[in-house]
Design a protein around this ligand. Structure first.
Ligand code: SF4
Length: 397
C-alpha cells in the first residue's frame, strides 16, 4: 500500500496515492453517509494486487511531466478482462461506489468505466443512486415507482441505475433531475436523504471538519476544492504557509491552536492559494502546490510583462472570490446555503470503534462566522459590504 509521498503520486496516480490517508481519516462514507468505512478496506482495495491484474500506461494533461492519470486495461484471465478505462483519479470511483454499498476492484472499476462511457460524473451520480437505494429501503419509493426493480446496496443496482439515469428510463427519469429536484419531486420526506452541498454530493463532515470541508461548504457551487488538509499541524503547516507567502504574523494566527490549525482562518488562505493556481491555468493538484507562490508571480510577470508579486496574486484571488460571492448574493444565495445536510446535524456516525456525534450547529455557525470575518465579509450573514460591491463594479440587485 503506497504511503502519502510525492513519488507515489506519479507512480499510482493522484487518487490511489492518497487512498490510505483518506481511509484512515474517515473519508470513505458507506451507504449514503450512515456509516464510515474503516481501515479493513485497505485489504479489499489492495493496490499492488490491482496492478498485477491490469495493463497500465500513464497519461498526462498537456505539457505536464507528472502524468498522474492512467489508462487501464484488464488482463485476460482475470476478473478485469475486457476493462478499458482512462482514469484521471483512482480515488473517485472507490469513494463514490462505497457510498452505494459497493466494494471490490472489479465492481468499482466497471462502475467507473460505465459512467465514463455515458459521460456521467461519478460523485454526482453515486450520490443520487445512494439516495434512491435508501429511499427504497425506507419504503419511501417502492416497486411501483421503479417499474418492479429492487434497489439494493450492491453493484447490480449501481450499474443499472447509472444506465437508467443516463437514458431516463423508469425511476432514472426522475433521478436524472439531480439530488435536489429529484428528492423534491419524490416528496414524502425524501429531501432528508439527499446528502448534498449546494446540489452536488456532500462529504463526511462529522469526523473531522477540515479546511477542505469548510471550503466545499462556503464556495460558490459546493464543489470540492483541491485543498488537501486532513490533519496538518506543526512544521508541516508552517512550511506550507511559508510557501504560499504568508507573513509570520499570519502564520501565527492560523497555527496558534493546540490541535492542528485554525480551520476558518486557514481555509481562507488555502482557498485563495487554490484560486490563484486555478486562475493561472495551473494544475491545482498537490504536487503543484509544492511550489512557492513567488515562482508563479515571477512566471506571470515574464509571460505578460505586467509586474506581479505574491501580494498582488492574493489580492486578485480575494477579488475573484468576492466577485463569485457578489454574483451569488445577486441570485439570492444566503448563509443557509453554506450549511450541511440535515443528516449531519441529527445522526451520529460510526468510524472504527468510535461513534462521532452529529455536528453541533452552534460550533458550525461560529466556524462560518470566523471564516466570513477572515475574508472581510459580514460575519453575521456572510455578505459583502456595499462599498466592496461598488469596488468590484458589480451590483447586488
Ligand atoms: S496537470 Fe495535474 S492532473 Fe494533469 S497530469 Fe499533471 S498533475 Fe495530473
Amino acid at each position: 500500500m503506497p504511503k502519502l509521498q510525492n513519488e507515489n503520486f506519479r507512480k499510482y496516480g493522484k487518487g490511489l496515492a492518497h487512498l490510505e490517508s483518506v481511509i484512515k481519516t474517515g473519508g470513505l462514507s458507506y451507504r449514503n453517509f450512515r456509516e464510515t468505512a474503516g481501515p479493513e478496506l485497505l485489504k479489499v482495495f489492495d493496490i499492488d494486487k490491482l496492478l498485477e491484474e491490469i495493463n497500465r500506461s500513464r497519461r498526462s494533461c498537456f505539457s505536464c511531466p507528472v502524468g498522474c492519470k492512467h489508462y487501464m486495461t484488464g488482463k485476460e484471465g482475470t476478473e478485469l478482462a475486457g476493462l478499458s478505462l482512462p482514469l484521471s483519479c483512482g480515488l473517485n470511483p472507490i469513494i463514490t461506489a462505497i457510498n452505494c454499498g459497493v466494494t471490490g476492484w472489479p465492481q468499482v472499476l466497471r462502475f467507473a468505466e460505465l459512467s465514463n462511457k455515458l459521460g456521467m460524473d461519478q460523485i454526482s451520480i453515486s450520490a443520487i443512486v445512494a439516495m434512491a437505494i435508501e429511499l427504497y429501503e425506507k419504503r419511501i419509493i417502492t416497486k411501483a415507482d421503479t417499474d418492479g426493480l429492487s434497489l439494493n446496496w450492491d453493484a447490480a443496482t449501481l450499474h443499472r441505475l447509472v444506465h437508467d439515469i443516463a437514458y431516463r428510463k423508469g425511476i432514472g427519469d426522475v433521478l436524472a433531475n439531480g439530488l435536489v429536484e429529484a428528492s423534491r419531486q419524490i416528496g414524502r420526506g425524501a429531501e432528508y436523504y439527499a446528502i448534498h452541498f449546494k446540489g452536488i454530493g456532500g462529504i463526511e463532515s462529522r469526523i473531522f471538519l477540515s479546511a477542505f470541508l469548510l471550503s466545499a461548504l462556503t464556495n460558490a457551487t459546493g464543489h470540492f476544492s483541491n485543498i488537501m488538509f486532513f490533519k496538518t499541524a506543526g512544521n508541516e503547516l508552517v512550511r506550507y504557509c511559508k510557501k504560499i507567502g504568508m507573513t509570520d504574523k499570519q502564520i501565527e494566527s492560523v497555527s496558534s491552536v493546540s490541535d492542528g490549525y485554525n480551520v476558518p482562518r486557514m481555509t481562507k488562505w488555502a482557498d485563495d492559494h487554490s484560486f490563484i493556481l486555478e486562475c493561472l491555468g495551473i494544475c491545482m493538484h498537490y504536487i503543484y502546490q509544492e511550489f512557492d507562490v513567488s515562482m508563479w508571480a515571477d512566471l506571470y510577470t515574464a509571460a505578460t510583462g505586467i509586474d506581479m508579486d505574491v501580494k498582488g496574486l492574493f489580492e486578485a484571488a480575494s477579488r475573484g472570490r468576492d466577485m463569485r460571492k457578489a454574483f451569488n448574493m445577486r441570485e439570492g444565495a444566503t448563509r443557509k446555503d453554506d450549511g450541511v445536510p440535515e443528516r449531519f446535524l441529527t445522526e451520529s456516525v460510526k468510524f472504527g470503534e468510535n461513534l462521532y456525534p452529529p455536528l453541533d450547529i452552534a460550533s458550525l455557525n461560529s466556524l462560518l462566522s470566523a471564516y466570513y470575518e477572515e475574508r472581510g465579509w459580514n460575519p453575521k450573514d456572510g455578505t459583502l459590504s456595499p462599498e466592496r460591491i461598488k469596488e468590484l463594479t458589480m451590483s447586488s440587485k
